[in-house]
Design a protein around this ligand. Structure first.
Ligand code: FES
Length: 178
């Protein structure tokens, strides 16, 4: 398979936030780049299958792939730091610091037992899956992404429409919340 080849091609474009593909055919893997280049860069973004902007990152020897725009308001996750919260690796959105697990795409937040009790006792909780995570594979030094075509709507789907693809590039970034 050459660099831009794919094992099959499906088309997907609509105005509503879609899953990447609703086909029932064998999932397609899409070439992202050579592993050595991705390891060197740490992270790359790519429009996959003409319909999905995906972030592929390499961290602690593992490859991960997810929708590149944050489920909250479309923040550019490729600029996010990676940190561990409650034993789970997360990407921290640079816009408002939401935490998204690399493995599952869950949004994590810190809850408090009782806000009237001091000192506050906090613990980490999950909001559930918010960011669409894609499957990454490595074959002969090449890195491939298979889009997660689950028909379940995931919040990050909102930012995969053409409107956001073109509109967000032109908008200034909001200031991070303090
Ligand atoms: S856009 Fe990502 S936290 Fe707000």
């Amino acid at each position: 398979m050459s660099s831009e080849e794919e094992t099959s091609q499906t088309s997907s474009s609509s105005m509503s936030p879609p899953p990447p593909s609703s086909s029932t055919t064998t999932p397609t893997s899409h070439f992202i780049g050579k592993k050595e280049d991705i390891v060197k860069a740490g992270r790359v973004t790519k429009l996959v299958n003409g319909c999905r902007d995906v972030l592929v990152l390499h961290h602690q020897g593992q490859l991960h792939a997810m929708d590149v725009r944050c489920y909250h308001a479309g923040g550019a996750l490729q600029h996010g730091d990676i940190e561990e919260f409650n034993g789970r690796l997360c990407i921290v959105c640079p816009w408002h610091k939401y935490k998204i697990t690399l493995e599952e795409g869950e949004g994590l937040y810190q809850a408090v037992d009782d806000p009237t009790v001091r000192p506050l006792r906090t613990y980490w909780r999950s909001k559930g899956v918010k960011q669409r995570i894609h499957k990454v594979t490595e074959v002969n030094g090449g890195v491939y992404v298979t889009l997660n075509d689950s028909s379940e709507v995931i919040e990050s789907d909102t930012y995969q429409t053409e409107r956001y693809r073109t509109g967000l590039k032109a908008q200034p970034k909001p200031k991070p919340r303090k």
